[in-house]
Design a protein around this ligand. Structure first.
Ligand code: FAD
Ligand code: NAG
Length: 503
């Protein structure tokens, strides 16, 4: 096979290759395409300190400024300073529910563009395309939007007559897809491509560090063909939804135990779940688990919901989301909370031991009927084992065990990124190289103002890979990386100029 003939990717060494075409990759592509943020002449930021810093260089684009200096003294819901800065520039004071106008003015300056290529398995939009069966709707609040295209305006235009001001994940996915064409970024995207290896090219040994060699598989003429592309800089923006986390308990491989939301969807579509089914056990207390609770509850299929944390734990994602913007998630949190009280009552008369069938909440004592019939939560419980007769053994505080008869069990306790295209699955690049990479516990170790790896110069990471799970804050990574790359580019150009002068 002649690889050189394929047109999937350019043949020369590109300044930047971005791996992943979700919101992270799209936002960075926007900034690298010449869209440049300035302080708008009429713009004022509600934070007077930030405003005065911005005014000091009001004619200079944000991409040429000292981000560390601008970040100083800002506080927000992310621990990444540039994420807080960019969020505050795009959506000032939105934590207080204020719809304050952004002080930024975006100028399209194609002469500033840095050539790049975005690779990604599916259509632009990343994980949002995988959430399509989701029950939830999202507030059209601007947190999911990318710079330069108001989510609200786009949905209004698309729907013609607005029925409500909430959007489904499918609509958000389609917003991202539309964004790429609207901003004219599509020529930088090679979708339907899967990266299988990223390495330094050793050909140029002796001549300093060689470029990155990125290899993968793409589609051409209905056939899957390998490709190779070279780049000076590589950005990892692959998200973390690839490998579901496991409990590592007995019986986890039994056929009734599933680890992804789509297996629930498949069971629903096949008509395998209804009111008469044995309960579905959902393990986990993240957004995907919440989604599964809603989808199952919506079918009137009874739900058991087990999670390790207490409902008031500040690390619980529901305690970090604003209620107004996320009413569905708030509802799940309420269900979890109210059932906990029942659970206390239940503890006075614990379920019969020996794995006897636990009664369906509707047949349970009257205390169940008040709040959410068909739903029972087990806070501060973990799974001990799954048995072949579809029983799940849970253990609560103090070692108290409960056996539940279920129709299926869904383990939705997070996921690991698939960095199999890097040496040792990227582990040497993480905060703790002894552990596998994980968004929450062991993200990639990057410099906070450039997002460049502390272990591999020329390699960057953003989004969930560096612990930034929300679209609202992953945009900060794009700003940091674009700022650093444009500084590198200016230095290179200056270097070339001095060289020419010397000659
Ligand atoms: C149920 C649920 C609800 C959520 N709700 C919200 C919400 O309300 N608000 C919010 O801000 N966030 C929410 N999120 C999180 C949201 O998904 C992430 O914030 C966001 O999608 C991360 O963007 P990303 O571009 O970094 O990664 P992703 O969106 O995961 O995109 C990465 C892309 O890279 C591709 N990729 C991976 N490996 C390779 C490879 N080797 N080669 C080529 N391509 C590859 C993947 O296929 C994927 O399409 C939710 C997540 C879930 C699961
Ligand atoms: C990781 O991704 C590679 C390439 O897409 C794939 O071959 C492999 O099966 C994935 N690994 C897991 C554990 O999903």
């Amino acid at each position: 096979m002649d690889h050189d003939d394929n047109q999937i990717v350019p043949r020369d060494v590109l300044p930047v290759v971005i791996i992943g075409n979700g919101p992270s990759g799209i936002c960075l592509s926007y900034l690298l395409s010449g869209y440049t943020p300035y302080l708008s002449p009429e713009g004022t930021h509600p934070n007077p300190l930030l405003q005065s810093k911005l005014e000091q260089h009001s004619h200079v684009s944000i991409l040429e400024q000292d981000l560390e200096y601008l970040c100083e003294g800002l506080e927000g819901r992310s621990s990444n300073p540039v994420a807080v800065l960019f969020d505050s520039l795009l959506l000032p004071d939105s934590d207080f529910g204020l719809d304050c106008a952004s002080p930024l003015l975006w100028r399209y300056q194609p002469e500033r563009a840095i050539r790049h290529l975005v690779l990604g398995k599916g259509p632009p939009g990343g994980a949002w395309h995988a959430m399509e069966g989701s029950m939830l709707t999202l507030s059209l609040a601007n947190w999911m939007e990318l710079p330069g295209l108001k989510l609200k305006d786009w949905v209004r235009e698309k729907r013609k007559n607005v029925r409500n001001d909430r959007a489904t994940p499918a609509e958000i996915a389609s917003y991202y897809q539309h964004y790429v064409t609207q901003m004219g970024l599509q020529d930088s995207f090679a979708c339907g491509t899967t990266v299988t290896s990223v390495q330094r090219d050793s050909r140029e040994e002796g001549a300093g560090r060689g470029p990155w060699r990125v290899q993968g598989l793409g589609w051409q003429g209905g056939e899957e063909v390998p490709f190779t592309v070279y780049a000076e800089n590589v950005v990892l923006a692959t998200g973390t939804h690839d490998i579901p986390a496991r409990l590592a308990v007995e019986g986890e491989d039994l056929p009734f135990v599933c680890h992804s939301f789509w297996e629930l969807e498949a069971a629903i579509e096949a008509g395998r779940l209804d009111q008469a089914s044995d309960p579905v056990l959902i393990v986990g207390a993240g957004l995907t688990a919440a989604d599964a609770v809603l989808a199952t509850h919506h079918l009137n299929t009874p739900v058991y919901h087990a999670f390790r944390r207490s409902v008031t734990d500040p690390d619980l994602i529901f305690n970090q989301l604003p209620k107004v913007l996320y009413p569905e998630y708030h509802k799940v949190h309420q269900m979890m909370t109210q059932q906990q009280q029942h659970h206390h009552q239940q503890q006075e008369a614990p379920p019969r031991p020996g794995g006897s069938r636990v009664s369906h909440p509707e047949h349970a004592p009257s205390s169940f009927s008040g709040s959410y019939p068909g739903y029972v939560s087990f806070p501060k419980h973990h799974v001990v084992a799954f048995k072949p007769d579809r029983k799940c053994v849970l253990e609560g505080e103090g070692g108290r065990r409960t056996a539940l008869q279920v129709s299926m069990a869904l383990v939705l306790i997070g996921s690991h990124p698939n960095l199999s295209f890097l040496p040792e699955n990227g582990q040497p690049l993480s905060l703790n190289p002894q552990e596998p990479v994980s968004c929450r516990r062991n993200p990639l170790d990057v410099e906070p103002y450039t997002y460049e790896s502390l272990h591999e110069p020329g390699l960057y990471a953003m989004g969930p890979l560096v612990g930034e799970n929300f679209v609202r804050f992953l945009k900060g990574g794009a700003l940091a990386i674009a700022t650093h790359l444009s500084r590198k580019q200016r230095q290179q150009q200056q270097g070339e100029e001095t060289n020419t002068q010397a000659v």
